[in-house]
Design a protein around this ligand. Structure first.
Ligand SMILES: NC(=O)c1ccc[n+]([C@@H]2O[C@H](COP(=O)([O-])OP(=O)(O)OC[C@H]3O[C@@H](n4cnc5c(N)ncnc54)[C@H](O)[C@@H]3O)[C@@H](O)[C@H]2O)c1
Length: 370
């Protein structure tokens, strides 16, 4: 383990092997395990989860020597440089803060925490420890998103002043009766869980404008009736847990400079199939990416070429997803700019989501950062 508060020059440099661990072995944690196991520059040294069978399954599969039901014991004993945290959302802050204080670099799953207050404490801990704090926004590593980012950065769309984005599932409430649908454990429903990916992608594509105000509404028409469930979420299952969060949220976001962003998030809806999209409107062109339907992902750009209306369909590269998110984290750990990677951007996302929930509760627009 490296010394807390003392950025260790030996930990920087691109060829240093890193000892890494993963806490949480649900779907998300398994993506981190796979990413580390496929990376010859790291040693996947320890796993922690509450399920013995998953510790044995993934421990055996990847020859991981350390297997812990107790994550604190893992942090104390396993001599790790870095850890992935893929546990129920309310556990991200206490686990990340403890790991940072022990001198580890940390990547948590999205959402960063159950609310912005906990997220802010995580950023403070990263600043105090002088360690990297990253959040896995794996969807921005999709091939269509990276292609659209290149389109935006080329300037062909001109100034972006409006965007629409959404993730609407046909039937995809994660584990009815698990931590996902308990307000204190998850911090929120569809917007917190999947809307945050779309918010992240849209703001990333638009060049990170600050969100200055939110006007939102939330609804729960499926979950309370036991409708719309799916198989996500293996832990914290309790019988008879009430459905305490929203299954649909809509938001109108004001951006610095006068632009606006519409965000819709739903775990279950009366639609033919799941739908995810980001549509950008610029002064010189528009563009959209869409996936979830039977036709697979698509990217389309509408602009002018030589004064004529033109429709472009850029060729999309490989999806990076979790492997790219984890590789990005390792790159930051090997860089000499740890202080720049303190989780501040993910905290801003958390502040927007908090403002959306506050707006929905108040039935009025809520200013952000005023
Ligand atoms: N980025 C993505 O695309 C994506 C997808 C799914 C979930 N997630 C996020 O990942 C996180 C986990 O989601 P999931 O669906 O994998 O959840 P899950 O409930 O399926 O799995 C959670 C894991 O955490 C472990 N855990 C819980 N409490 C623990 C403790 N005290 N000590 C050690 N391990 C503990 C459980 O044993 C389990 O292995 C959530 O924050 C969720 O929002 C992200």
């Amino acid at each position: 383990m490296t010394d807390a508060l003392q950025p260790d020059a030996a930990a920087q440099g691109s060829d240093r092997r890193l000892r890494v661990g993963v806490i949480g072995l649900g779907w998300a944690g398994q993506q981190h395990v796979a990413a580390y196991a496929a990376d010859p520059t790291v040693d996947l040294a320890a796993l922690s989860a509450m399920e013995d069978h998953l510790l044995a399954q993934f421990g055996d599969l990847h020859d991981v020597p350390g297997r812990y039901q107790d994550w604190q014991q893992m942090i104390a004993e396993a001599e790790l440089d870095a850890v992935s945290i893929a546990t129920p959302t309310f556990l991200h802050a206490p686990m990340a803060i403890a790991a940072l204080e022990a001198g580890l670099h940390v990547i948590t799953e999205k959402p960063m925490a159950e609310n912005a207050e906990s997220a802010a404490r995580m950023v403070e801990a990263a600043n105090r420890a002088g360690r990297v704090l990253d959040v896995s926004f794996n969807h921005r590593q999709r091939g269509d998103v990276t292609a659209l980012k290149q389109v935006v950065d080329s300037g062909v769309l001109g100034t972006l002043y409006y965007a629409k984005t959404g993730w609407i599932r046909r039937q995809g409430i994660p584990g009815l009766g698990t931590w996902f649908t308990k307000a204190k454990s998850s911090g929120g429903g569809a917007m917190m869980d999947i809307g945050i990916h779309m918010l992240d992608m849209a703001l990333h594509l638009m060049g990170e404008p600050e969100v200055t105000a939110a006007s939102a509404s939330t609804h729960a028409e499926f979950g309370p009736l036991g409708r719309g469930g799916s198989g996500f979420g293996i832990s914290q299952v309790e019988e008879g847990v009430p459905f305490e969060v929203e299954d649909l949220a809509t938001a109108f976001l004001r951006l610095e400079g006068g632009g606006t962003l519409l965000l819709e998030s739903s775990w279950a809806q009366w639609i033919p199939h799941d739908l995810c999209y980001v549509t950008l409107y610029g002064a010189d062109g528009g563009a959209t990416i869409e996936w979830g339907g039977p036709d697979g992902p698509s990217i389309t750009v509408w602009t002018e070429v030589a004064g004529m209306p033109a429709v472009l369909e850029p060729v999309v590269g490989e999806d990076g997803r979790h492997a790219a998110a984890v590789a990005g984290f390792l790159h930051k750990v090997r860089s000499d700019s740890w202080a720049e990677h303190n989780g501040a951007l993910a905290l801003r996302r958390a502040e927007v989501i908090d403002a959306c929930y506050a707006s929905a509760k108040a039935g009025a627009e809520v200013a952000i950062g005023a």
